[in-house]
Every structure is written in structure tokens, then in C-alpha cells.
Write a protein that binds this ligand. Structure first.
Ligand code: 7JK
Ligand code: MG
Length: 214
């Protein structure tokens, strides 16, 4: 059975990255995906926007929707303070072990918990099963059609508090029009638009920050 692209990315990280060095894991993935095989990591350019917003949020509890190979989980977790934790939800069973391995190579396994399943099934369990009170930061990077309904779930399950910061990838491409409709012109959100480019490409893309106002 041929290896998957995601397995080849893990092979490259395992062979080339410095164990315990998150930056070298990120650099290795960015190098592989810009020179060898494109993959849907948030990437180095949009990654800088992600870094900026994570530093601004300085979250104690963070949530990521869409783990994929763990690139953004490493990107976020490397910036977390000692007491902080990242929950990352991934529904594709093939990606989960690859992401776990990449996060471990980065030395961040104690900061990240990967929850396998659909966000709409796991979000309702965060308080009861995972002892979450409220979320300080949420990175939406799973599937454009789920951004809006899953954001509404976060609201309905009392997981957002005044000042919770949502950051959504792919607002430009593939695009998430109903998410934008939900958060913009909504008195409960303060939005900021960050134009950028699709990972490893020249094509335009963008991220949107939406701060929940309570
Ligand atoms: C799968 C895919 C293909 C894209 C594209 O236009 N391509 C043309 C150019 N070739 C080279 C690459 C592919 S963009 C994209 C994508 C990008 C993300 O950041 C995503 N994030 C979360 N969830 C997604 O489903 C997701 C999909
Ligand atoms: Mg994305």
C-alpha cells in the first residue's frame, strides 16, 4: 500500500527536524510542502498572523477545529504559557496518529490533546467530558461549511466568554461566507480582516478574527 502524502510529511519531519524543537518541525513542514508536495497546513505566511493573534490572546484554554498533520497545533502550542492547554479536534482517523507523532517530535505532547471525531459531536462534550470552562482562543480550520454552525454551538454551550478570540482560516479561499455573515454586523462580535495568501501559493486568501463581546 503506497504511503499517503501525510505519511510522507511525517517521514520528512521525523528524518529532518530536531527533536524537541518546534520551530524546526514547522520549518521542515513548510519546506516540504512548498518544495515537494502542497498540503493544507496554515503555512508560514498565515502562520505569522496566527502567531500574532495567539500572542494577543495568551490563552489558558485553546481549541482548534481541524488538526490535519498538527502543523497549527505545533504553531499554537509552542506559544502557550506553562499552565495552558490546546484541544484539537480532527475527524479524519488517518490524520490523527500522524498529527500526534508530529506534535511529539516538536516536544509539545503535554500541551495538546487531540480529540478524534466531528466538532459538532465533541463541542457539546467539552465542559462535561473534558472539564473545559470557557475557551480563550479558537482556531477554525476544519471545513468552511462548518465554521458558522460550530461557532453557534460554541455560543449555545456557553464555551465563549467576553473577550474569547476566534480566528478563522480560508476566509478568502475556499471561503466561508456564512461564517462571515454570522460574525460581521453582529453586535456580539468585533471582527478584523487579515488579507494574506493561500498556503505555499500566490493565490489570495484571508483570515478573520472575531472577538466575542458576550
Ligand atoms: C484542499 C485545498 C485545495 C486548495 C487549492 O486551491 N489548491 C490549488 C492549488 N494546488 C497546488 C493546491 C490546492 S485550497 C485547499 C484547502 C486549504 C486550506 O487551508 C484548508 N483548511 C482547512 N480545511 C480545508 O479543507 C482546506 C482546504
Ligand atoms: Mg486552512
Amino acid at each position: 500500500m503506497d504511503q499517503s502524502k501525510e505519511q510522507r510529511i511525517l517521514n520528512s519531519v521525523s528524518y529532518n527536524a530536531i527533536k524537541g524543537d518546534a520551530e524546526s518541525v514547522l520549518d521542515c513542514i513548510d519546506k516540504y510542502c512548498s518544495q515537494k508536495e502542497w498540503a493544507m497546513n496554515v503555512g508560514d505566511e498565515k502562520g505569522l498572523i496566527l502567531d500574532k493573534i495567539v500572542k494577543e490572546a495568551d490563552p489558558t484554554v485553546a481549541l482548534e477545529l481541524g488538526t490535519y498533520c498538527g502543523y497549527s497545533a505545533v504553531r499554537i502550542a509552542r506559544l502557550l504559557k506553562p499552565s495552558a492547554h490546546l484541544f484539537s479536534i480532527e475527524f479524519n482517523a488517518e490524520f490523527v496518529p500522524i498529527a500526534k507523532e508530529i506534535i511529539e517530535i516538536a516536544g509539545l505532547e503535554d500541551k495538546v490533546t487531540i480529540l478524534e471525531g466531528h466538532a459538532q459531536d465533541i463541542i457539546p462534550q467539552l465542559k462535561t467530558k473534558y472539564n473545559v470552562d470557557t475557551l480563550d482562543f479558537v482556531f477554525l480550520d476544519h471545513w468552511k461549511d462548518r465554521y458558522a454552525p460550530d461557532t453557534i454551538l460554541l455560543e449555545q454551550y456557553g464555551l465563549l466568554r467576553k473577550g474569547s478570540i476566534l480566528l478563522a482560516d480560508n476566509i478568502g479561499f475556499p471561503g466561508a461566507p456564512d461564517f462571515l455573515k454570522h460574525v460581521r454586523n453582529n453586535e456580539h462580535y468585533e471582527c478584523t480582516h487579515y488579507p494574506s495568501h493561500l498556503e505555499y501559493m500566490k493565490a489570495p486568501d484571508a483570515m478573520e478574527k472575531a472577538v466575542y463581546l458576550g
